[in-house]
Design a protein around this ligand. Sequence first.
Ligand code: MEV
Length: 323
Amino acid sequence: MKRSVTASAPGKLMLFGEHAVVYGHPCIVTAVDQRVRVTVDVNGIGELHVTAPQVGLEEYCKKIGVLGEQDVPKQVHFIEQVVANFYKRFDLNEGIRVTTESDFLASFGFGSSAAVTVALGKVLSEYFGKHLSDQELFEMSLAAVRDVQGVGSGFDVAAAVYGGTLYYVTPGKKIEKVSNGHLPLVVGYTGVKADTPTLVRQVAELRRVKNGFVDEVFDEIAEVVEEARSGFENHNFLKLGKLMRRNQKLLGELRVSSIELDRLIKACESVGAHGAKLSGAGGGDCMISIHPSDDKHQVVRAVEGAGGEVVSVGFGAEGVRLE
Ligand code: MEV
């Protein structure tokens, strides 16, 4: 058994199909080149110890026998759940120390929970010599995310495991690479933290009272995703921009946009971006904009001028890997 193992997994950005993906429709997601690294070391005292300074957690410990029980602080929820599930599945009881380190702020909505979950699953698999396949790692990580959050289509888990830009149908029914090329996108952070489970429940409530209408919106979003898939395959960024506008209008009908998101989106479109939309659950977090290849600086200035923060990231990043 190895004594210290590190793995890293990328964050993600939803490109098309958010919310509809929760109801079985496809979406398109890209992995971003900001990563979470997780290290597991030996800790011989029958306890789980966790250090996660980027979320303000200097030292946390819990007896292996009671993992997942009693109060679990928010910052350590995903980590403890992954370890508890893994130990139960393989009947383990050895003490370990888990240390995490992240390139990005959790507040951007880049999926740090999914990235931590996947990187930790990979490390445990290697540390204990279990050699899980990507498919097994995906399934185990999605189960842990759902144990903690209760909701989630798993698109973020797929991006963390497989990387690249993916066409995804929940719960991993389809995971297919759609593009490996450059994407001329600008990402703008609104400064407002979004709460995904709350927004997912809000859409569920809207669907309960306006059932037929919301399902029609989902069907149209699914059409947008199918067209976008061919847009990525042909590198047709003008078409992708038009589809972003259409997707954003549909998300507005689901009432998940916000004043801040609308302001940044409008600013990008007013300086010649092909299109823009919110990315993720909505209510805050980030928007994305696709632009003609020589127009990036204008779009960047537009986002900043409208009060947003431009987040510099690369797209289509590599999935989980041992470091
Ligand atoms: C959140 O980033 C995207 C949603 O579709 C939720 C999910 O897919 O789990 C709103």
